[in-house]
Write a protein that binds this ligand. Structure first.
Ligand code: AMP
Ligand code: ZN
Length: 489
C-alpha cells in the first residue's frame, strides 16, 4: 500500500497513516445539528471528510465510514463551552416555525441528505441519529457512573474531569491548549459544577414532561448531553479503539476532548488514533453567522445559478488546514475553471482512438498518476493535485489517456467530470434549452441532411458559444447544457 500522511491533531504533526486493522479502516465524522439548513461552512468540513474517505479508497483501503446526525437539540452554548446552559437550538427553531422539535429534526435531516448528494459526497455506511441511540448513550453514562467518573447536580449528571486526570494520569483536553477549554464566554457558568470544565452527560428536563424530546433514564426524565452521542455511536459501530475521527477546528477545543475523556474513562483504551480537523470557512473575510445573514446554504448557491459542484472546486483551492475565504467572485472564478475542465473532458473522450503508447508516453502517464497520488497522500494536498491535473491536460499524451487519467483523478475529486449526473439532477432544478439553441440545432440538422458538413460544424461551434454541446446519439441529436452560468433559475 502506498504511504499516506495525515496531520494528527493529537501529536500536532504530520504522521504516516498506519491503520489499526489494515483490512478495514474505521472512520467517523461529526455530522450536523439539524435545526436549520447546513451551511457552506459545514459543507467545507464534510468535503474534507469526503476527500479523506476517497483518498483512502483510491489507495485501496476498505473503509467503514459513519456520520452522526445530531437530532437532539443541545444548548446554544455548545460550541463555545460545554452545552450545559443557553437555549436549545432545535426547540428554538420549533418555536420559530410553529412545529415540534421532532418535525424540525426530520425536516432538516432530509434537507441535509439532499445537499449531501448535490455535493457528490460519498454516503456513509450509516447516518447514525442520536435519537435512535438513546439506550447506548444511557449505557455509557451508567458505565462512567459505575467507575466513579460522574456526579449529580440539580440539572443533570456531569463528567468529573479532575477525577479523570487523577485516575487515568492523563491530561484532560489533550487535543487542545487547556486554556481553550472553558465554559462559553457568552453563557453563565453553572455554579454547582465541581470544575468549570466538567460537562453534562445527561440533562434532566426541568420541569419534567415539558420537552418534545425527552426520555426515561436511571437519573430521571431528560436528554443526553451533546458529546456522549458521538462516543456511544462511534464505539458501537467502529469499536472502542478506531482509526480516524474528523470534524471542524471549532470542535477541537471542547467537543473532541470531551469525547476522548469520556470514552477512555469508560474503556481504559485509546479512543481514536488520528484526529483530523478542517479549518473554517470565512465569508467576505469575516466570520460566517446566521445573524450576519451570510451563512449561505447549498440552495443559496443553486439559486444564484451555480452548479453545487462549483463549491467543491472552490473548497479545493485551499488546503483543508488553511482558512478559506468565500466570496461570490471567488465562486464565479471557480465556476469558469470547472466549466473549462468539463468542456475539455468529453472532447478528450470522443476524439480519441486508443493509441498504443510509446514507452515515453507510458512513462508520462505513470508520472501523472504517481504525482497525483503523492499530492493527495501528502496530507490531502488537493491544490497541488489540481496543479498536476492542469499540467497533465496540457501535455501531449493521447486524448484517451488524458481522459482516463482525469476519470481516475475524479475518484478523489468527485467533480463528476464524466458528467454522469446531469446538472438537473445535481441542482434539482429543471432548465429549458434556449430557443436560440433549439433553432440552431434545427438548422444544423437541415445542413447535415444535404451533406453540408462544414457548415453544420460551424453551427455546432455557434451552439457551443451559447453554452451547449451537441450530442449525436442513436436516438437522435440532442443538446446538453455545459455552462451552468446560463441556467435560468
Ligand atoms: P454543527 O452543526 O454546528 O455541529 O457543525 C457541524 C460541523 O461543521 C462541525 O464539524 C463543525 O466544526 C463544522 N463547521 C461549522 N462551521 C464551520 C465553518 N464556518 N467552516 C468549516 N466548518 C464548520
Ligand atoms: Zn461529534
Amino acid at each position: 500500500m502506498p504511504d499516506i500522511f495525515l496531520t494528527n491533531s493529537l501529536s500536532k504533526k504530520k504522521e504516516r497513516f498506519i491503520p489499526i486493522n489494515p483490512a478495514n479502516v474505521a472512520m467517523y465524522t461529526c455530522g450536523p445539528t439539524v435545526y436549520d439548513y447546513a451551511t457552506i461552512g459545514n459543507f467545507r468540513t464534510y468535503t474534507t471528510s469526503d476527500v479523506l474517505l476517497r483518498v483512502l479508497k483510491f489507495n485501496g483501503f476498505n473503509v467503514t465510514f459513519i456520520m452522526n446526525i445530531t437530532d437532539v437539540g443541545h444548548l446554544s452554548g455548545d460550541n463555545l463551552g460545554d452545552a450545559d446552559t443557553g437555549e436549545d437550538r432545535i426547540v428554538k427553531a420549533a418555536k420559530r416555525e410553529g412545529k415540534t422539535a421532532w418535525d424540525i429534526a426530520k425536516f432538516y435531516t432530509e434537507a441535509f441528505y439532499q445537499d449531501f448528494e448535490k455535493l457528490n459526497l460519498v454516503k456513509p455506511k450509516l447516518f447514525s441519529k442520536a435519537t435512535n441511540h438513546i439506550q447506548e448513550q444511557i449505557n455509557l453514562v451508567k458505565k462512567l457512573e459505575e467507575k466513579g467518573y460522574t456526579y449529580k447536580i440539580n440539572d443533570g449528571i456531569y463528567f468529573d474531569t479532575k477525577k479523570y486526570e487523577e485516575v487515568t494520569g492523563k491530561r484532560y483536553g489533550e487535543l487542545s491548549n487547556l486554556d481553550q477549554i472553558k465554559e462559553g464566554k457568552r453563557v453563565k457558568p453553572n455554579s454547582e459544577k465541581r470544575n468549570p470544565r466538567d460537562f453534562a452527560l445527561w440533562k434532566l428536563s426541568r420541569p419534567s414532561g415539558t420537552r418534545h424530546m425527552e426520555w426515561e433514564s436511571p437519573w430521571g426524565i431528560g436528554f443526553p448531553g451533546w458529546h456522549i452521542e458521538c462516543s456511544a455511536m462511534s464505539m458501537k459501530y467502529l469499536g472502542e479503539s478506531f482509526d480516524i475521527h474528523v470534524g471542524g477546528e471549532d470542535l477541537q477545543s471542547t467537543h473532541h476532548p470531551n469525547e476522548i475523556a469520556q470514552s477512555e474513562a469508560a474503556t481504559d483504551k485509546p479512543f481514536v488514533k488520528y484526529w483530523i480537523h478542517g479549518a473554517s470557512l470565512k465569508v467576505d473575510g469575516g466570520r460566517m453567522g446566521k445573524s450576519l445573514g451570510n451563512a449561505y446554504t447549498v440552495n443559496d448557491i443553486i439559486k444564484k445559478g451555480f452548479d453545487p459542484l462549483t463549491l467543491r472546486y472552490l473548497y479545493f483551492t485551499a488546503h483543508y488546514r488553511k482558512q478559506l475565504n468565500f466570496t461570490w467572485d471567488g465562486l464565479k472564478a471557480a465556476q469558469s475553471t470547472l466549466d473549462n475542465l468539463r468542456q475539455q473532458t468529453p472532447s478528450l473522450n470522443s476524439k480519441a482512438q486508443r493509441t498504443i503508447l510509446s514507452q515515453e508516453k507510458s512513462n508520462k502517464v505513470d508520472y501523472y498518476i504517481n504525482g497525483f497520488r503523492e499530492a493527495v497522500n501528502d496530507d490531502l494536498d488537493i491544490p497541488q493535485a489540481l496543479s498536476i491535473l492542469w499540467k497533465m491536460l496540457k501535455d501531449s499524451i493521447p486524448g484517451k489517456d488524458r481522459y482516463n487519467l482525469l476519470l481516475a483523478f475524479d475518484e478523489v475529486l468527485g467533480l463528476d467530470l464524466s458528467q454522469t449526473a446531469s446538472v438537473t439532477k445535481r441542482t434539482g432544478l429543471k432548465f429549458q434549452i434556449s430557443e436560440k439553441a433549439s433553432n440552431l440545432l434545427k438548422e444544423r440538422e437541415k445542413l447535415r441532411k444535404v451533406g453540408k458538413w462544414k457548415e453544420a460544424d460551424k453551427i455546432r461551434e455557434k451552439i457551443a458559444k451559447i453554452g451547449y454541446t451537441v450530442e449525436d446519439t442513436s436516438e437522435g441529436t440532442r443538446l446538453k447544457k455545459i455552462r451552468v452560468s446560463n441556467l435560468k433559475v
